[in-house]
Design a protein around this ligand. Structure first.
Ligand code: COA
Ligand code: ZN
Length: 307
């Protein structure tokens, strides 16, 4: 099993979509530039969704073409339907993510479709993207629990993942959208997915640190052989109605864990912290992540890193 881990940065998309303070397009571009400088190579940049649904990302058509096209850097964008696909094409996208969930209650709220309807809406999107040779990811949100219906059986998350794979995605990402999962559930879901024939190399996890379980869940995923994890620099993505609430797993916290555990990932912690401070300042909030506050740690000297 490889010691190489892919860190899939979701700060500019998942991190910013929910923040109360909308950022100007050039501030977002600078944030992405700092992420690229830190070594991140997969950066989910924005969403081509209805601007009325996510006003904070309504500038996607201007932002995406303005991003630095460094070799080996991929900017997946969220696309829910064919109008979104047309916008993504016009803006020069070459990687997309479609997003559904385990429950009709959640998808109806989020994208106004049942799970079944969402899969039908994604079919032409994924077919078109496949024809264009784009990289394609499918999210299974609410993989462990739904805010409207409660607990979710792992078999249900696997069932939705299999449907997405049938539609052609290269990777499925199980999202703990509301941050309720614990390591034993990660063990079980991973085992069920593998039993159902999904290769470990096609599985990613997306944890939110809402209840402080995100890094423990990453550790469980790593032990099970998963090698792709989502994170948001600065730990953005908290609910705008719950000040101080933890959002996405912070990239800096993930990088610290991976470095200290001997995994390779190509991301520089000190430079991630520069980007984390930049986005926190832009949002007008203190940087509340663990490693953002403590810095990393250099075992050669005992000194903090990146503070
Ligand atoms: N890009 C831009 N505009 C879009 C669009 C897209 N991808 N999809 C739909 N629209 C517009 C339509 O043109 C229409 O505009 P109008 O009112 O001016 O005529 C309006 O949005 C409603 O379109 P409709 O097809 O009826 O969509 P809907 O109201 O059923 O909403 C989604 C469905 C998927 C478009 C919407 O719920 C959405 O974008 N959700 C995204 C939510 C999200 O990103 N959540 C976070 C990610 S987990
Ligand atoms: Zn998320």
């Amino acid at each position: 099993m490889t010691d190489r881990v892919r860190i899939y940065e979701v700060g500019p998309r998942d991190g910013l979509q929910n923040e109360a303070t909308p950022l100007a397009t050039d501030v977002k571009r600078r944030f992405v530039e700092l992420l690229v400088e830190a070594g991140l190579r997969e950066i989910e940049a924005t969403s081509f969704v209805a601007p009325s649904a996510i006003p904070a990302l309504a500038d996607a058509d201007d932002l995406l073409p303005s991003l630095p096209r460094a070799p080996g850097v991929r900017y997946p964008v969220l696309v829910p339907n064919m109008p979104g696909m047309a916008r993504a094409e016009a803006a020069g996208a070459d990687a997309i993510a479609v997003f559904t969930a385990t429950t009709d209650a959640f998808t109806t709220h989020n994208i106004r479709m049942t799970v079944e309807e969402s899969l039908a809406a994604f079919a032409p999107v994924l077919a078109r993207a496949g024809k264009l040779g784009w990289w394609r990811r499918g999210y299974v949100s609410t993989a462990f629990g739904c805010p409207y219906t409660g607990a979710v059986a792992p078999g249900r998350a696997v069932e939705v993942a299999l449907s997405l794979l049938e539609l052609g995605v290269e990777e499925v990402c199980f999202g703990d959208t509301i941050g309720v999962g614990v390591p034993a559930q990660v063990d079980e879901l991973t085992a069920r997915a593998v039993d159902a024939g999904i290769p470990l190399g096609k599985i990613a996890y997306h944890f939110h640190d809402t209840r402080g379980t995100a890094l423990a869940n990453v550790a469980a995923g790593l032990r099970a052989g998963v090698r792709c994890f989502d994170a948001a620099t600065g730990g953005t993505g908290g609910c705008p109605y719950a000040p101080g609430a933890a959002g996405n797993l912070a990239t800096e916290d993930l990088v610290y864990l991976l470095d200290a555990s001997g995994y390779e990932h190509g991301v520089d912690l000190a430079k991630v912290l520069v980007a984390a401070r930049f986005v926190a300042e832009a949002l007008g909030k203190p940087l509340a992540t663990k490693v953002g506050q403590a810095g990393g740690w250099d075992p050669a000297t005992g000194e903090p890193v990146g503070r």
